[in-house]
Design a protein around this ligand. Sequence first.
Ligand code: E4P
Length: 218
Amino acid sequence: IKLFIDTANVEEIKAASELGVISGVTTNPSLIAREGRDFVDVVREITAIVDGPISAEAVSIQAGPMITEAEELAAIHPNIVVKIPMNAEGLKAVSVLSKKGIKTNVTLVFSANQALLAALAGATYVSPFVGRLDDIGQDGMVLIDEIVQIFDLYGLETEIISASIRHPMHVTRSALAGADIATVPYKVLLQMIKHPLTDLGIDKFLADWEKVPKRQGG
Ligand code: E4P
């Protein structure tokens, strides 16, 4: 499994990138709005920080304008992946964009059939939203299991991004299920690092080190 960071905040992206564990970035209109800055400026800055797939979302409703928007976004940098919503217009756009060699990430996927359609249309990535399914009382991880099984059975090359991750267990479960990628909020990335026994262990080692007799004069 690879980890992407799910944020449009450049400070978070820089900090996450320094950890050496992040290989891509996903954004969405809500994450961009949170920054209160120009969309293209933010995307450009992100491409300068992370050398990997950077998802930027198209907001047009019809396939035609969606394709134009996708071409404009893709022209910003070779690493740009255009996020396209999972609906009929989105599928039409993805099938055209895949033939043009523009990478796509079909977003707002909530069923195995939606993922299957996106893959058949030629999507580079699909993003099933596990946390939002959990929110309505369905087990989001079951969706990841189903999509992994279907894509494996039929050799579909579309990569699965486990998205809408809310806590570290979502990442562990995504990895066990065989998702290609989990896109994690910065907060979850920090939570993944922590373990109380690690912190206690470091404190104990440092306290014991103080008891080791030190040589005089260095
Ligand atoms: C995925 O690419 C989305 O940006 C994201 O994971 C949505 O997560 P949310 O349900 O926490 O908004």
